[in-house]
Design a binder for this molecule. Structure first.
Ligand code: TYD
Ligand code: MG
Length: 453
């Protein structure tokens, strides 16, 4: 007797409810609860799991020393927490055209030389994928073609179960499915993910699952998928910049703090060994509204340029836009400056841009953002050899940030001479060519900028 199982799932938080609701009782989002029927889905799962998957599960119960699968691309390996964990499912998201297929193909090509790797494309033909692979990789084994073009999840499962590859790419989760299911729907994506997670665990195969994102930058069927997989990788970048950042918002086998930095070129994504130099390459040294900060991501420090433009509002409410920092942070820092310095901002439009398409999360950039706002408002440029860092509190105080020593080393390495930052702890080594100007509040910062230096 077919059991007709109707579920209501929130597309935002992924929670399940027995009935429809206008507002999700868990996450509070409106109009996100969608109905889907599970009857067909259950039948499919029964058919597939009944065969090889269960049998192979017995092997991996002891805990031998796990050998991670390295990609040979150091930026990727670091973000993953030293390579792929065998049997893990990695969801790889990003905007269309950002370079997901390119990077996945580069990883595939590198792994293929040492391990067995398969590439299943649901979007492109074998010829197209091959062609791209030849363009972006120099060493390729042309005689063995482990690239397949298919939309059938059954075929993928059979192939993987039979050949037991170490690593597979599925491009993309939205473009493969079990026969009979409707492509691109919430239920199909969830169903695919569930089946693939089981397949990965049973065969010890690493699955790199490419997923498209919606306009709101979420992988379609967003949180539902993130709960199911072991690791989520996200490739991001601005449309008019070649810089691509690889982040890992969820990682069961490593830190989520690391980022990988790439430069998109005609030969695919190249690792960027010295990102600070790249970010600062085109800066205008004598323009006002610009400030250099040092931000820390994972174990690395980057020097980054923040640009602010403030102009008198013509009418109505002032306009604010921020690219590269959170809008709420921008509002907060404008408010702090209006309150604690003579430079009121409430009648000024303010625009913020972080050069190179980087999205700053480190609060150490607060002080540089404030400095750029003040510099733009006062129309006084900040000296070109100065780096500014420190966290700014709601009462206009400047707070200490961690890892001062490595930040100072990075600043000195790139030839800067002066640092404006919170007081440095006693005993802290300062590189010999750096002059430190310690400040405790944004009002001190305003005085420094007015003096132009
Ligand atoms: P792609 O990997 O197909 O994006 P996604 O799979 O995320 O949709 O990348 C497509 C873009 O990347 C396309 O606009 C062209 C650009 N690109 C390069 O600049 N250099 C390259 O070597 C390749 C392969 C792509
Ligand atoms: Mg693609």
């Amino acid at each position: 007797m077919a059991k007709k199982n109707t579920n209501f799932i929130c597309t935002d938080c992924g929670n399940n409810f027995p009935q429809w609701n206008g507002k999700c009782p868990t996450c509070g989002a409106f109009n996100t609860i969608k109905e889907f029927k599970e009857a067909a889905l259950q039948d499919h799962k029964k058919n597939i799991q009944g065969q090889d998957l269960r049998q192979t599960k017995t092997e991996d119960d002891q805990m031998p020393k796990v050998q991670r699968i390295l990609t040979g691309i150091s930026e990727v390996d670091r973000v993953l927490g030293n390579g792929f964990f065998p049997g893990s499912v990695v969801l790889f998201g990003g905007q269309p055209g950002i370079g997901k297929s390119t990077l996945a193909l580069q990883i595939f090509a590198k792994i293929e030389t040492t391990k067995v790797a398969f590439y299943f494309s649901g979007e492109e033909s074998v010829g197209q994928v091959q062609n791209r692979k030849q363009r972006i990789t120099t060493t390729n084994k042309e005689d063995v073609v482990n690239i397949f073009s298919t939309n059938s999840l059954e075929d993928i499962i059979s192939t993987v179960t039979r050949h037991r590859p170490d690593f597979i790419v599925i491009d993309s989760i939205q473009m493969v499915g079990l026969s009979g299911s409707s492509f691109g729907s919430m239920s199909q994506i969830r169903e695919n993910a569930e089946v693939l997670v089981k397949l990965a665990k049973a065969t010890e195969t690493v699955i790199l699952l490419i997923g498209h994102v919606t306009k709101a930058d979420e992988i379609a069927g967003p949180k539902v998928l993130e709960h199911l997989v072991d690791t989520v990788l996200y490739l991001e970048g601005e449309k008019n910049s070649e810089i691509r950042l690889l982040r890992s918002p969820k990682n069961r086998f490593g830190s989520t703090m690391e980022i990988g930095v790439f430069d998109m070129q005609s030969q695919g994504l190249q690792e960027l060994k010295n990102p600070s130099e790249y970010f600062l390459a085109e800066r205008a040294k004598d323009a006002f509204g610009n400030a250099i900060c040092v931000v820390r991501e994972g174990v690395r420090n980057f020097l980054m340029e923040v640009q602010i433009l403030t102009v008198k509002t013509n009418f109505g409410n002032p306009r604010r836009t921020a690219s590269g920092i959170a809008m709420s942070k921008f509002h907060l820092l404008l408010a702090v400056i209006s309150k604690f310095t003579p430079f009121k901002c409430h009648e000024y439009d303010a625009y913020c841009n972080v050069v190179g398409g980087f999205r700053i999360q480190d609060p150490a950039a607060d002080l540089a953002i404030c400095a750029a706002i003040l510099s733009s408002r006062a129309e006084k440029e900040i000296l070109a050899d100065t780096v500014i860092f420190g966290e700014v509190g709601l009462s206009g105080e400047v707070r200490r940030v961690p890892n001062i020593d490595t930040r100072l080393t990075e600043i000195a390495k790139l030839g800067f001479k002066k640092v404006i930052c919170p007081p440095i702890p006693k005993g802290q080594k300062v590189p010999p060519d750096l002059t430190i100007q310690s400040i405790k509040s944004v009002s001190e910062l305003a005085r420094i900028i007015l003096r132009k230096g």
